[in-house]
Design a protein around this ligand. Structure first.
Ligand SMILES: [Zn+2]
Length: 88
């Protein structure tokens, strides 16, 4: 079920009148598919933002948020974590 309150995709920025309904996550259908594929590829190849997010999640569970924040500050995890998916 789409989120009828959203007017545009948070990844590509296009209006719902052009790309169709926007999901509760804030993405149009094409961007949602691209994000899913990018996430699967990143986890499979151990690269990119999905792999960074996975490593941070494991560190938070194993070491706690304070140690993870210190590791992040020390540069163990490479930014950026909020980079949009390209290639459309
Ligand atoms: Zn989009």
């Amino acid at each position: 079920m789409p989120d009828f309150r959203r007017a545009s995709c948070r990844n590509c920025g296009q209006h719902k009148s052009k790309v169709g309904p926007i999901s509760w996550g804030g993405y149009c259908g094409d961007c949602a598919r691209d994000l899913l594929v990018a996430n699967i590829d990143g986890l499979h190849t151990k690269s990119g933002v999905p792999w960074q997010r996975w490593k941070i999640g494991v560190a938070e569970n194993a070491l706690g948020p304070e140690v993870t924040a210190a590791l992040f500050k020390a540069g163990v995890f490479a930014p950026p974590l909020d980079a949009p998916v390209k290639g459309r």
